[in-house]
Design a protein around this ligand. Structure first.
Ligand code: ASP
Ligand code: MG
Length: 351
């Protein structure tokens, strides 16, 4: 549990008035975590277990699994490819509304009060650009009322309302944006992303089996990781969270084990994780972390040399030390450096 939340809970048990002022937490569920009735019931159970621990969850949902793509295919079958962007948004917003209503019912069936809300009902005001609208403002009146009444709000992600009163969508993957915008507007203590990904790992686990889940990492390190070629699904949300100092928590939607927290400070200084990228004949391995210097670069070069791997150009950025290597040796270098900087390191990395 978030340390701030734990403190508040302790205070809440001693001073009941803290219950009323306690910050909510946002829990966003990805589409694959809402793909079938069992998964929806499991998401409901996660929200209820948060409630039992004294938290005030606000859920944000994506459309079930591939339903957004299916809706787009349907649109194309009905009207070809030259369609009204307004109607596309009206159609796509329906996917998230299905998830919201189903999850709200599942929560009710498990004995807690819940209410589904469209983006409009949740007060998400956007600009006028259909299919890529930006969130301009969140009017939290309705959400505050629902929270006060003790209901769990379940907000349809990815959508809002334009100044003309039209439904808009926020771009593919936009439910993440809904989640962080709500976190900011409600001054949530944390914004959780629940998905089939358990967190961020010290290296790609398919290449480095002993890679570990990182307990805590800073926004800047995650941005460096993405800039060096690692896919970070929530990148847009991470940028937004960094700007407004919203703590994020990437974790599994299947159980309550902690995942990876993304915060301003991150974990201890030193190497947090490694990235791998390849382009043509060259590969790039980067050590990502805070406070990395020449000594890390030299140690990395020496480790590569000892393993018989010939490295090329090396460079240092604010949060990374980057080594180039022939493409065929990239994986070997990743394994070697992971061994030296992570496995053999005493840092408490795993959750
Ligand atoms: N359902 C939308 C999409 O697939 C939005 C989201 O999942 O965040 O892009
Ligand atoms: Mg989706």
């Amino acid at each position: 549990m978030e340390r701030g939340a734990r403190t508040v809970m302790v205070l809440a048990s001693r001073f009941p008035f803290y219950n009323r002022t306690m910050h909510p937490i946002i829990i966003k569920f990805g589409g694959s975590s809402l793909a079938d009735p069992e998964k929806i019931r499991r998401a409901a159970a996660i929200l209820l277990s948060g409630r039992r621990r004294g938290l005030r969850p606000v859920a944000v949902v994506s459309a079930p699994a591939d339903s957004t793509d299916d809706l787009l295919k349907l649109a194309s079958l009905c009207a070809g490819d030259d369609r009204s962007p307004r109607e596309d948004d009206a159609l796509l917003a329906a996917g998230e509304q299905i998830s919201a209503a189903l999850l709200a019912m599942a929560i009710q069936a498990q004995g807690a009060a819940a209410v589904s809300l469209t983006g409009f009902q949740a007060g998400i005001r956007t600009g006028r650009s259909f299919s890529c609208a930006e969130v301009r403002r969140v009017d939290t009146l309705r959400l505050a009322k629902e929270l006060k009444a003790g209901r769990i709000p379940v907000v349809a992600g990815f959508q809002g309302i334009s100044p003309d009163g039209d439904i808009t969508t926020l771009g593919r993957g936009g439910s993440d944006q809904t989640a962080v915008a709500l976190a900011r507007a409600l001054t949530a203590s944390v914004c959780e992303f629940r998905s089939d990904v358990k967190g961020i790992y010290t290296a790609h686990p398919a290449i480095v089996p002993e890679a570990r889940k990182i307990k805590e990492i800073s926004y800047c390190e995650v941005l460096a990781l993405a800039a060096l070629g690692t896919e970070v699904r929530q990148l847009r949300a991470v940028r937004y969270a960094a700007r407004y100092a919203i703590p994020l928590h990437l974790r599994s939607s299947f159980h309550d084990e902690p995942g990876t927290r993304i915060t301003a400070d991150g974990g201890p200084a030193g190497v947090t994780c490694l990235s791998i990228a390849k382009a043509g004949a060259t590969g790039k391995i980067a050590l990502i972390g805070r406070g990395l210097g020449k000594e890390h670069l030299e140690k990395a070069r020496a480790a590569a040399g000892a393993a018989g791997i010939s490295t090329g150009k090396a460079s240092k950025a604010e949060y990374a030390v980057i080594l180039t290597v022939p493409a065929a040796e990239t994986e070997a270098l990743l394994k070697t450096l992971h061994q030296v900087f992570i496995t053999a390191s005493p840092r408490p990395l795993a959750a």
